[in-house]
Design a protein around this ligand. Structure first.
Ligand code: GLN
Length: 296
């Protein structure tokens, strides 16, 4: 960068070109998010202040952010935030960065909940990570009498999730619990809805992940041994005993595993799986409902 007075406008345009040359994805948005984080301005406010010059210290901090992004670090871990369901979430390398595709899971959960009469309605989330899914649901249904238990195997992730629940004003609706799948959930506890975006990248696909994901996001939240289906096996089998009659499991999937997942579902215990697509058109969410006639 030459010595000159940089304005918000000129530095965004310089960075977008530089990021494009260096094959950084979403070059302009990344530049705007990084600069917005340095200046504590939303993207809209950057536009309003287009001609504002940057101070030396702002420029210095921004340069370190650019270097980190060029080094492969995801923008969200540099700014420490990600938007999901139009809410702001704190993210660190201890949690997966919430994906827009996962909003499909929130949509389906809200659709299911709208058909339920129970009060309170009990929801279990397995592997909450940043807390994005549970927090989005609780925030959307502020008036509804519902209780969410959100569990994770990572203590560091739970700390972030708790902070995010407080930041978004839903802390009283969600109980966070350290648990490896159902281990810390009492045997007799039942839920109307079990939701999860479990780790599902199989051995075969993990090595092929882009380095932005593989080298920076937590393997614990992405990788599932061998065929990538271990969490589905456990959640389908143990989840059945934790569901109320008519209760349902909504779970994010790798679209390439649809057929394997169909054969994993026990038809005596659950209805035939229904699949929902994300915005790009890929099967993203599987729904199964506990059969009301089933014996336990
Ligand atoms: N959808 C994520 C990805 O492709 C994976 C999420 C997960 O394993 N649960 O990076």
């Amino acid at each position: 960068m030459q010595k000159q007075t940089w304005t918000i406008k000129s530095i965004i345009s310089w960075t977008s070109n530089y990021f494009s040359e260096k094959d950084v994805d979403a070059p302009r948005i990344s530049a705007e998010l990084l600069l917005g984080s340095v200046l504590d301005l939303s993207r809209v406010n950057l536009y309003i202040n287009y001609d504002k010059p940057l101070s030396d210290s702002e420029l210095k901090q921004y340069k370190t952010y650019i270097q980190r992004r060029i080094g492969g670090e995801p923008t969200q871990y540099i700014t420490g935030t990600q938007e999901f369901w139009s809410l702001d979430f704190k993210v660190t390398p201890s949690v997966l960065i919430p994906r827009a595709d996962t909003e499909t899971l929130v949509e389906r959960a809200l659709a299911f909940i709208s058909t339920c009469q129970q009060t309170p309605l009990n929801i279990l989330e397995i592997g909450t990570g940043s807390g994005a899914i549970s927090i989005a649901i609780a925030h959307e249904l502020k008036e509804r009498d519902l209780q969410i238990k959100a569990i994770d195997i990572s203590e560091d992730a739970l700390k972030i999730a708790e902070e995010n629940a407080t930041l978004n004003g839903v802390a009283e609706k969600i109980e966070f619990l350290l648990s490896d799948k159902f281990n810390a959930v009492s045997k007799s506890e039942k839920f109307d809805l079990i939701i999860s975006n479990p780790p599902y990248i199989s051995e075969e696909f993990y090595d092929k992940l882009e380095s932005k994901v593989k080298d920076h996001e937590p393997k614990l939240a992405l990788y599932a041994d061998e065929d990538g289906l271990i969490f589905y096996r456990e959640i389908f089998s143990a989840g059945h005993g934790h569901l109320n009659e008519g209760g349902c499991i909504l779970i994010e999937i790798d679209h390439r595993k649809k057929d394997d997942l169909i054969s994993l579902v026990d038809n005596e215990k659950y209805s035939a799986p229904v699949f929902y697509k994300d915005l790009p058109g890929l099967n993203r969410v599987l729904e199964i409902t506990k059969r009301s006639t089933s014996q336990e």
